[in-house]
Design a binder for this molecule. Structure first.
Ligand code: ADQ
Length: 466
């Protein structure tokens, strides 16, 4: 059996000590690595005065991780710069927030080259390499230039934007050419795959050789949609855990018979938090009779705090949440709880489980795993209702949710009203269909489909998987 080498910007294997904070993606990749006895390579999260390429190797829970430190300037130009100030906003349709700076592009290339140079000596002829996300698009190209001929696959966790949006990126062709150094490129949805194909056909003189197989820049690339899921079995275990139960009790006591509406997101402008807060405010304005019966809880741990756009949105959300409570609270009651903390996954499972409504309204989202976790945490006899943005990748698989346009406060307010009034039989019917999908199309199915497609990809290079 070949080894699998997983490469991602950050490396986070489960500690194996019962700590439940590791995400489903990390668990799934760790499980894949155990099955294929591979390594997980990426940045250590630490910076050093000058790059050495020194490797830190660790084996935890049967998974070997190999990490490397970066320089401070790498952090500025590659991570905070090109990845989080250029590609992230652009790929989420926020051209207004995208910074275009040549130094960022240079730093991005430099770090990808550094990753390639440190990783290349560890690669054995039969290894299969699986690269993750927008931080590392040029990695295969850099590895190829060092003579690596192994199979290399790439999975993009965020949207691939429409061609008219993508072409706002200076030197967009170079980035797409870099994609063609892979053997397989995976996207979350057919829509993103289509957007990539559109670009290849209209801007790169490319062609579709057969469904799922493109040619451009003198190379062939297999492409496919692989919607990511959650670790449904593990999540079910967490829903039944003592911590989840304790959290359900705590929440039930603290909501005092009011219906809970819950949102859980990283504090990111792509998640539509401002629009969501405004949607909830509109609901309160339009439904004075229901005000006292509802409590909204928004959990949003801060992220990427060194990027200005994130500091700004944080400030706006602070004042908006204050305004809503100031406007509607009474001496014995407040409609809105806004919390910037991280919670363990079993605790989150408990919180989702008592909510009558899950409000998941990103403006753009590659997939959105919170929507799936919410469904997985519901009580089958009395499930809550999922309100989901039509612009989340998950919407394609979750049509039994109440799908909304997150930019419309009216639609969000109407959906809230409808969800809160929904009969139990309708809630059960919708939830059952959603739950079946979440269970069937889980993270293991995603991982196995991708690895099988990569193993079966008609590689242009001789070294093949066993
Ligand atoms: P994210 O943008 O991080 O992921 P999402 O898919 O929702 O978005 O995953 C967030 C994860 O963080 C969930 O598992 C959630 O439970 C967890 N989380 C959020 N708030 C938390 C809190 N307060 N405490 C603890 N955990 C919390 C990117 C893409 C997505 C894509 C995923 C996976 O942007 O579109 O679905 O990768 O491919």
């Amino acid at each position: 059996m070949s080894r699998l080498i997983v490469v991602s910007n950050r490396v986070s294997p489960p500690t194996g000590d019962g700590e439940e904070s590791v995400g489903g993606l990390a668990m799934a990749l760790a499980a894949a690595l155990k099955a294929y006895s591979g390594i997980w390579f990426g940045w250590s999260g630490a910076t050093v005065p000058s790059f050495t390429g020194e490797l830190h190797t660790d084996t935890v829970g049967g998974v070997t991780s190999v990490t490397v430190d970066l320089e401070e300037i790498d952090l500025d130009e590659y991570y905070n710069g090109y990845a989080n100030k250029t590609l992230w906003p652009l790929f989420h349709y926020r051209i207004d927030l995208a910074a275009f700076d040549r130094a960022y592009g240079t730093g991005y290339r430099r770090v990808n080259r550094r990753f390639a140079e440190t990783l290349a000596p560890l690669i054995q002829p039969d290894d299969v390499i699986w690269v993750h996300d927008y931080h590392l698009i040029p990695l295969a190209q850099e590895l190829r230039s060092l003579g690596v001929r192994n199979r290399i696959g790439f999975f993009l966790h965020i949207p691939w934007p429409a061609h008219q949006v993508f072409t706002n990126l200076p030197r967009h062709r170079q980035l797409v050419e870099a994609m063609f150094a892979y053997d397989l490129a995976g996207f979350q949805t057919a829509e993103y795959l289509q957007a990539f194909e559109d670009y290849v056909l209209s801007e790169a003189d490319g062609s579709v050789l057969s469904p799922g197989r493109l040619r451009a820049f003198g190379r062939d690339l297999e492409v496919g949609a692989f919607p990511i899921g959650i670790d449904a079995a593990d999540f079910a275990r967490m829903v039944a855990s003592p911590r989840a139960r304790k959290m359900r009790d705590l929440m039930t006591a603290s909501t005092v018979f009011r219906q809970l509406v819950v949102g859980v997101d990283r504090l990111d402008y792509s998640k539509g938090l401002e629009e969501r807060f405004l949607g909830f405010e509109r609901f309160l304005i339009e439904n004075p009779d229901l005000r006292r019966e509802v409590l909204m809880l928004q959990i949003a741990p801060v992220s990427r705090e060194s990027v200005e756009a994130y500091q700004e949105i944080r400030g706006r959300l602070d004042s908006l949440s204050g305004r809503i409570n100031g406007e509607f609270s009474d001496v014995d009651w407040a409609p809105f709880r806004y919390v910037n903390k991280n919670y363990r996954r079993d605790e989150l499972a408990g919180i989702y489980g008592v909510a009558r409504v899950g409000l998941v309204t990103p403006l753009r989202d590659g997939m959105n795993l919170v929507a799936k976790e919410f469904v997985a945490a519901q009580n089958p006899d009395d499930p809550g209702v999922l309100i989901l943005s039509r612009f989340a990748g998950a919407a394609g698989q979750m049509s039994e949710a109440l799908l909304v346009n997150p930019n419309s406060t009216e639609e969000v307010a109407d959906a809230l009203k409808r969800a809160l009034a929904m009969s139990r039989p309708e809630r059960i019917r919708r939830w059952q269909a959603l739950f079946d999908t979440v269970q069937r199309e889980d993270v293991t199915a995603w991982r196995d489909a991708f690895v099988a497609a990569l193993a079966g990809a008609r590689s242009q290079r001789p070294a093949l998987v066993g």
